[in-house]
Each structure stands twice: as C-alpha cells, then as structure tokens.
Design a protein around this ligand. Structure first.
Ligand SMILES: Cc1cc2nc3c(=O)[nH]c(=O)nc-3n(C[C@H](O)[C@H](O)[C@H](O)COP(=O)(O)OP(=O)(O)OC[C@H]3O[C@@H](n4cnc5c(N)ncnc54)[C@H](O)[C@@H]3O)c2cc1C
Length: 165
C-alpha cells in the first residue's frame, strides 16, 4: 500500500511543524487536537487504564480472549488472555487485568471523556481547526472520540473519499 511513499517513524510533527508543513499540500494529523493548538483553551481530559500482567500455570484461564467485569466490587474492568487471540497451544497462559486509573495531563491519553465540559472544550478546538484548511484532523485523538479499530478505519476511508471527491 505504501510502495513509493516515503515513510519516517519516530518523528514528532509538533516539534518541527514548519519543516513538515513545507513538504506537503495537506497534512493528516492523528495526534491530540488540544496539543496541536498548544492547549490554548485548556487540556482535554482522558480516562486511563493500568495493566497488571500475570503468567499462570494453566493452559486456559478464561476460555476467551476478553472478559469484561462490570461489578462494583471487582477493581478491574477487563481481563485479556492473550493466547486466545491467536489460538495458542502453550502449556502456560498470560493474562492482563485492566484497572481504571486517574489520568493526568502529560500522560498517555487512552479514552476520551464524553462529558459536557469536555465535549464543549473539544468543540472550541474543532471550531478553531476550521481555519486550518491544510490540516485534516483524524482518529481518536484528532477528533477526541472513542473509536473501535474497525470504526476508525471506516472513518478514515470516508474522509479519504471526501478529500478525493
Ligand atoms: C487501552 C485501549 C484498549 C483498546 N481496545 C480496543 C479493542 O479491544 N478493540 C478495538 O476495536 N479497539 C480498541 N481500542 C481502540 C483502538 O486502539 C483505536 O480505535 C485505534 O487505535 C484508533 O486509531 P487512531 O489512528 O485514531 O489512533 P492511534 O492508533 O492512537 O494512532 C495515532 C497515531 O498518531 C501518532 N501521533 C500522535 N501525535 C503525534 C505527533 N505529534 N507527531 C507524529 N505522530 C503523532 C501516534 O504516534 C500514533 O501512531 C483500544 C484503545 C485503547 C486506548
């Protein structure tokens, strides 16, 4: 898919945006929209999870890749048993428990917070972005929206179709 297209990884666009802007007519930015604008209206908030990994002496812990837990008494929200993603046959198994954790500015953003205050703040950034005709904001951080993987790919294809229409 990327044949003939130069690719560079490990580059922070925001650290040298003039250099990258000079190389392209259009920019697709999939980082955080508030960071793009130097947090001028304030930080958007995120939810975060912390992972606790365990190797268990059993070939099958939960029979499934993902089990969700919604009970108030259980501190984790999900257990992933990795081998089931790839039908692993190993004698042991690796599980990861996901614990909801408070997010602080500067930490890795996981899930957007869908409350009114953050929606409003995002709308202010989205309004500002309309003045940046060169930049297409996309993805979970650029649009400050929770997307499953299939949904974000569908949205990217839609945006590409709009762009090339
Ligand atoms: C903890 C967690 C669990 C999830 N579990 C599931 C699941 O079970 N099933 C499911 O369908 N989806 C799941 N998702 C959602 C899935 O990860 C997203 O749908 C998908 O990653 C969104 O793709 P994206 O391109 O928008 O964002 P990302 O995958 O985050 O990609 C954004 C890209 O932009 C780059 N970037 C950011 N800032 C800059 C910058 N300044 N300069 C250059 N590059 C930059 C990043 O390096 C990254 O490569 C989960 C998400 C999280 C956080």
């Amino acid at each position: 898919m990327l044949e003939g297209i130069p690719v560079q990884l490990g580059v922070d666009y925001l650290a040298d945006r003039e250099k990258w802007d000079a190389q392209a007519k259009r920019i697709v930015f999939t980082g955080a929209i508030d960071e793009f604008y130097g947090f001028c209206f304030g930080n958007l908030a995120y939810r975060k999870v912390t992972f606790e990994h365990e190797v268990l002496d059993t070939d099958n812990f939960q029979g499934n890749a993902v089990v969700n837990y919604t009970e108030r008494e259980i501190p984790y929200t999900r257990i992933i048993e990795h081998k089931h993603f790839v039908f692993g046959k190993q004698p042991k198994t690796v599980i990861s428990k996901e614990y909801p954790t408070e997010w602080k500015p500067g930490e890795e953003p996981y899930y957007p917070v869908g409350d009114a205050a953050n929606r409003e703040l995002y709308e202010r950034y989205a309004e500002l972005s309309k003045k940046d005709a060169k930049v297409i904001f996309g993805g979970r951080l650029g649009e400050y929206k929770y997307y499953d993987m299939d949904k974000v790919i569908a949205r990217a294809l839609e945006k590409a179709a709009e762009e090339f229409a």
